[in-house]
Design a protein around this ligand. Sequence first.
Ligand code: UDP
Length: 311
Amino acid sequence: MRVLITGGAGFIGSHLCERFLNDGHDVICMDNLLTGKMENIAHLFGKDGFVFVKQDVTNFIHVPGPVDAVRHFASPASPVDYMRYPIQTLKVGSLGTHKALGLAKEKGATFLLASTSEVYGDPLVHPQPESYWGNVNPIGPRGVYDEAKRFGEAITMAYHRYHGLDTRIVRIFNTFGPRMRIGDGRVVPAFLSQILRNEPLSLYGDGSQTRSFCYVSDLVEGIVRLLGSTCSDPVNIGNPEEHTILEFAEIVLRIFDSKAGMTFLPLPQDDPKVRRPDITQAKELLGWSPAVSLEDGLMATCDYFRAEINR
Ligand code: UDP
């Protein structure tokens, strides 16, 4: 297959480029490098079947030749990034998804939308099954991401129903691993960079909010399985092992044998109080569940950040 991956130079996008190449496909990696990095894909240049195109997918997407599959992963994805680039975030989730769908329709390609657990907002149902419609503040600071992704899901389903496009939607819960940007503001890079600099871990609020962290290789496997299914409804992919952020900080300090301690900072507005995927669908439809432990994932990610800091 000839696969277009938008956001292919980003954290998750670059892992997907690698996986599709390894599976024997040709990959067109498209990115405007707003939050993606050339370093993430540098090792793929020179591999047979890999090309990089620097393009903003919110404008008309031009790809010469056949395309069998479109994987739409372009978007700022950390709260700090989408608050820094609110308009770009809204545009890539709405206009960018429309353009990517239009290209898929034109080329007769299959389409996958990277959606997010943020469609559930600050959830009132816990854990979150796909059937939950969410609790999103449309005008809050996170609304730019949440609503763009919700629109992205709506237009993907509309192309599926109206145009008969073969579509998939993956709702990605907190994912971590190598190639996250060390300064992207998310809790895993924040804590690991603090460990490496021997600084106290920065906890927002009292740390009672919960998250569930999935290692990137598990996510990629879930996505590949979803693509191999016929499921056009959204599917949650994430790790259901839930921790408060305070527990998570304690785990990080213990794993890395650190005495740096913690510091408490104000909780950002609309920070979800709980988050944990219900992965019944992924288990039953895809035979998928995560395999990498939090500790192993954190070790591998920390090795990556150590190398980044020393570079
Ligand atoms: N958080 C934290 N310290 C940090 C960064 C984040 O305590 O340095 C908290 C944040 O308030 C949230 C959780 O960790 O409750 C996860 O934040 P992240 O930005 O990784 O992603 P989110 O799940 O909020 O999209």
